[in-house]
Structures are given as C-alpha cells and as structure tokens.
Write a protein that binds this ligand. Sequence first.
Ligand code: KG4
Ligand code: ZN
Length: 345
Amino acid sequence: MRILGIESSCDETAAAIVENGRVILSNVIASQALEHQKYGGVVPELASRRHCENILSVVQQALRDADMTLQDVDAIAVTFAPGLIGALLVGVSFAKGLALATGKPLIPVHHTEGHAAANYLLHPQLEPPYLALIVSGGHTRIAEVTDYTEFRTIGRTRDDAAGECFDKCARAMSFPYPGGLHIDLAAKEGNPQAFSLPKPKIEDSPYDFSFSGLKTAVVNMLHHADQCHEIIDRSDLAASLQENIASVLTEKTIAAAKEFGYTTIALSGGVSANSGVREKLSAACAAEGYTLYMPTIALCGDNAAMIASQGYYNYLAGITADESLNAMASKELHGESVNLTGRNT
Ligand code: KG4
Ligand code: ZN
C-alpha cells in the first residue's frame, strides 16, 4: 500500500510517498527556517502563507520523485494535530481536497506519533511494544508504544519542551534560529562541566520534565554577565546546557524502562539529532543491555515520510477521517484519554 503523507504543522512544508509504512519512495521537504531566522523564531502567519504557496509543488515533487501519479496513491495521510493551527489547516485542507477529488481514503495523523514512526522507516526489526522518547521543539514525552496505534504517556514536560529550551537559550547566546543545532556545534568545542545548571525534580511524577527553570538560569546568567561586563564562553555554556538536557532525558528514560520493563527504546523528534543526547542515551542503553533505535539525522526533524508511515498503521487500525476532519492545535495521543492543555502535547 502506497501512502502520500503531508506535513505542515510548523515551518516545514513536506510531502512523501511511503510503501507499507516502511519503505520511502520519495521525501520532499521545503523548509522555511531561513525566512523565520530573521525574526528569531517561527512567525505563525508567515508559516501559513508559505505552506499555502508551497504545498502543491511539494506534493507534485514527491509524486515525481516516486515516479507516480496521484492515481497510483492508495491513501492520503495528513498531520492534523498538534501544531500551529493556521499551518496545520493548510495541510489538512489540501489533503481533504485531494481525498475528495480522487476518492482515496483520508488518514489523520498525530504529529508526535509520526515522529515515533520515523524509526519504522529505518529499522525493519522495530515493532511495538517499546518505549519511545520523543523530543522536539514542541514535545518532550516518554511513552509506551504498546501497539502501532496505542500509546501510554509515562512522562511529559510540565512547561517548555527540550527543543524550546535549546532554542531560547541559543537565542539568548546570540545563535541564529533554530538554535539547537548551533548549541550542538558549539558544545563540541566546550567543557560540559564548566557551568553548574539546575536539574529540576518533580516530586510526584518522576518521569515528567521541566525545562523552564534551566532556560531561566541560562538567560539570567547571560544577563548578569552582560551587566558586569564579564565574558561567558559560549562553547562552555553550550556544552554545559547540552550535558544537562542529555543527562535529564537519559536518566528519566532509563529509569522508566526499568520500572515498566522495557528493553527496547526508540528515540525520535528534532532534538534526537543532538549529538550529546544520542551519545548519552546510546551509552546508557549499551550499559543496560537495551536496544536503542534512532532515526538518521535527516529523519529526526519534521518530514512527511514519518506521517505516511504512521498513516499506514492508522489505516490498518481503521483510523480514517471524512470531510469533517479539522486541525487541532493540541491533542492527546491515540489510545489516551487524559485531557491536556498547553502547547507541549
Ligand atoms: O521535530 P522538529 O523539527 O519540530 C517540532 O516538532 O518541534 O524539532 C525542532 C527542534 C528545534 O527546537 C531544534 O532546535 C531542535 O529540534 N534541534 C536540535 C538539533 N537539531 C534540531 N536540538 C539540539 N541539537 C540539535 N542538533
Ligand atoms: Zn516535529
């Protein structure tokens, strides 16, 4: 079964064709990052406008790259939640139009579930059940993946996502947007022990995260240094920040795996591109004898191949939509009933 995936939840307009949830036939991404860089972050209205301009040509390119026409596609999968509402609406409306015009099934996909599915595209042996650590600009979550479409969250951020913390600290350190990559590069030259940064503990929920205190500590340190005309070594601060985030993510994931009895862990999301996170989690999994799966760097960030992959499993589970499908800025994972608020879904 060949599924056309469409992704427009943030600042990447993406389309891809994936066969049977596992094999990428094409994967096209039009990134707006350079444009948003001027403003130091994503400007939602600008993102919607660019999606609107780019989506047709991105989908056409994905079909061309796979040497297919729309008639060869079996179903259309689209990210419907969570994300920037105006951005999501472009992909959802476009996918609905395509489904209506072609009579093909329409499959709604949760963006966070899509990130987890990125690993199916690279690791044929990966099958549920496993423990997922999904970390990006808007999401930080440890979840049990009990089946392809069944998720149970064990821990999530109470405030900022890890990627948001990387980006906001990077901005305060005058790195360009999106800052995560620049922190990663600078960290290679720095001393991870140079600065002692806070690691918050959440008493009643050991697997939840909180990154806003860390962000505030870094921003305050930079302001203080500025006022006192002191110079802070950006590489040392980047390395210390990265060390802090990587160890918090690793410690909580390994503890959750032990408590809930998982020996297979899958890392995904934009922050899974971070070299410090990859190294620390790999070393910890090796020490415990756990199997760790990670996407290649190209499939860590937002793409539509992961949406088409998760779309395939949604379709098999009977998760399809009709013309009433709407975009949602926030939405719980499939199989979960908790009503969450805030942006970190
Ligand atoms: O998954 P993604 O592309 O979009 C969301 O769903 O949010 O993730 C983007 C996030 C940004 O915060 C970006 O700074 C971060 O992933 N990121 C990184 C790295 N590459 C991307 N963070 C740390 N180190 C990296 N190498
Ligand atoms: Zn994402």
